[in-house]
Design a protein around this ligand. Structure first.
Ligand code: COA
Length: 568
């Protein structure tokens, strides 16, 4: 056994490449040529292979590092006779160098080769200012039978010269075949999985002629020249004409963007250069994109789908664990601590979770606490017991709260609004519909009582009891849960002294009610036993300021403290 440095081999002329993925880990046993890491040159992503079989002792490079030929990226304990021990001259890397060189040939050479060896696009038919061409596979740096892993275009697509047409992947490199022309894609002659070699027919396209391209009138040879000079490029990499160089469609695997945001450490991203470029352009973090291609490879459709879902989430507000820009909570394997079982969330639970998180993340919450003296209100309420039995309706504190809140919403209309942050507008509501949070065996539901300001206490008692029962029986219609201006959540029948409810967006305030309790209250001369009702008003501080919140709870305590004022 001996140790040798793992060095970056000849990169086919590329000065510096960026490490985009570390494939092998310390302690891994590798065979000769097993991929150790992936680099992205200006032409392709290439896997750098192990120079010999052995065990990875350490990897000193990291994702994002820029490396060049000869740089040490790690140490390998070579298995076997140790004959490949590094002698310092890099000879142990010879094979890797050869492989990498073969796959990532010098750009200048490739361009020269493109001009020399490129199968000439076959002229099919001329039509006005455009013509049909069959695009063929260019030189693949000596490789053949490389499978197509992604078709980057569809029939009917308009492409610019050098736009990627298909992506092929050898066992070590991913390359894109660029369009030699600007034009419209016709019939695609290959499919994913097909193996391509230089000269294979790739697709048909209608080439859009430049304004000064009158190649239609010329013979094949002349047209070829025109095409070489204006569209397909001369490919004369040795030419001193910078213009020709600039416009040359290089029928070789194409350069990719130069900036690359390294994925989170330890996250492997399997994606070709075009996909990485697209992700960079769209600002998509590929480590978050699920690949649907072969072996989980990320394809362009995956990036588009990811970006679309992110946009949808952004429009709807952040979802649970995603879209908020806040990293999701990573779950440990709970079974290591004891027995567990998993159960799918009900739709209602999932919807409630999403709504709660959306509200929590979107709304700057503040909660104002107060207490209402409901001693008289309770005496009145209890006095209605017989009347209630006759009517078949139970009078609970809730109808009084509804009535008081309706009055407060009318007196302080800044609570009866929604915010349209996109249009920077406040939407004022001229109606008073109030939601009541109902605890049901299948989750929290919020039916809405309409026009609370126009209804009497018995009507509100009957309607709230009916809606609560419907909620428990899962009988609520969607319309019965929509349109609230404000919500009351009463835990008074259960207990507690205070809590901080979450605003039911797009409303801007919610009243939490806790259990009323007898308390000694100083009346200026003595302590009196009074029934005090704890109120917790959470509000959206963008819409409502603290002073208004204090006014709102003040008003509630006055109204509930003397229910005659509800009639005024
Ligand atoms: N203080 C003391 N007692 C109270 C009270 C309060 N704030 N509010 C209600 N009570 C009493 C009622 O008077 C009744 O007692 P009684 O039978 O002796 O007259 C008892 O508690 C039960 O009342 P309840 O059935 O809860 O009626 P309600 O009209 O007050 O409330 C709902 C109806 C639908 C709001 C209620 O049943 C409910 O579901 N609350 C939970 C809401 C929730 O889960 N919120 C949390 C959201 S995160």
């Amino acid at each position: 056994m001996s140790q040798q440095d793992i060095k970056v081999p000849d990169l086919g002329g590329a000065d510096e490449v960026e490490i985009i993925e570390i494939i092998a880990s310390e302690g891994d046993s590798v065979e000769a040529e097993d991929p150790i890491l992936t680099v992205e040159s200006d032409k392709a992503s290439v896997e750098l292979p192990a120079p010999a079989a052995g065990k990875i002792v350490k990897i000193t490079a990291k994702v994002g590092d820029k490396v060049k030929e000869g740089d040490v990226i790690g140490t390998l304990e070579v298995s076997g006779g140790g004959d490949s021990a590094d002698d310092g001259d890099g000879s142990g890397d010879a094979k890797a160098e050869k492989d990498a060189k073969a796959e990532n040939d010098d750009k200048t050479d490739s361009e020269a080769k493109a001009s020399d060896d490129k199968p000439a696009p076959k002229k099919a038919k001329s039509s006005g200012g455009s013509r049909k061409e069959t695009v063929k596979v260019p030189s693949l740096d000596g490789f053949d039978n490389i499978p197509v892993i992604e078709i980057n275009v569809s029939e009917g697509d308009s492409v610019e010269q050098e736009d990627p047409l298909v992506t092929v992947e050898s066992d070590k490199a991913t390359m894109e075949i660029p369009s030699p022309f600007k034009g419209k894609i016709g019939k695609i002659l290959v499919k994913e999985g097909d193996k391509l070699s230089e000269g294979s027919d790739l697709l048909e396209m209608t080439v859009v002629a430049d304004g000064d391209d009158n190649g239609d009138d010329e013979d094949d040879g002349a047209e070829q020249d025109a095409s070489a000079g204006k569209e397909s490029g001369s490919g004369q990499s040795g030419s001193s004409s910078g213009k020709a160089q600039d416009s040359a469609p290089q029928s070789q695997p194409q350069p990719q963007g130069s900036t690359y945001e390294p994925p989170s450490p330890g996250t492997k991203v399997h994606a070709g250069p075009a996909v990485r470029k697209l992700a960079r352009e769209l600002g998509a973090d590929l480590t978050r994109v699920k690949g649907s291609g072969p072996k989980g490879r990320i394809i362009k459709d995956d990036v588009h789908a990811y970006v679309k879902s992110q946009l949808q989430q952004a429009q709807q507000g952040p979802g649970v664990g995603t879209g908020s820009g806040i990293p999701g909570v990573k779950l440990p394997d709970f079974s290591q601590f004891g027995e567990v079982e998993r159960e799918g969330m009900s739709r209602m639970m999932a919807a409630t979770a999403t709504n709660m998180q959306r509200s929590w993340l979107n709304v700057p919450h503040v909660t104002q606490f107060d207490e209402a003296d409901i001693t008289e209100m309770e005496a009145f309420r209890k006095a209605q017991k017989t009347a209630g039995e006759k009517k078949g309706v139970k009078m609970t504190p809730l109808p009084f709260l509804l009535k008081a809140c309706a009055a407060a919403l009318m007196e302080l209309p800044q609570f009866n609004v929604s915010l349209d942050m996109e249009r920077k507008e406040v939407i004022r509501k001229k109606y008073v519909h109030i939601g009541i949070a109902v605890d049901t065996p299948h989750g929290l539901m919020v039916p809405v009582i309409r026009n609370v300001d126009q209804k009497g206490l018995w009507e509100l008692a009957a309607e709230s009891a009916e809606l609560a029962q419907k909620a428990r029986d899962k009988q609520l219609k969607p319309a019965e849960m929509q349109g609230a201006c404000f919500t009351i959540t009463s835990l008074g029948g259960i207990g507690g002294t205070a809590f901080t409810p979450i605003v039911n967006t797009p409303e801007v305030a919610i009243l939490g009610v806790s259990k009323a309790a007898m308390k000694p209250v100083w009346d200026g001369k003595a302590f009196e036993p009074r029934l005090m009702l704890p109120l917790s008003l959470s509000y959206d501080h963008r819409a409502v300021n603290g002073a208004d919140a204090a006014r709102f709870t003040n008003l509630l305590t006055q109204l509930l403290g003397d229910i005659r004022t509800l009639l005024l």
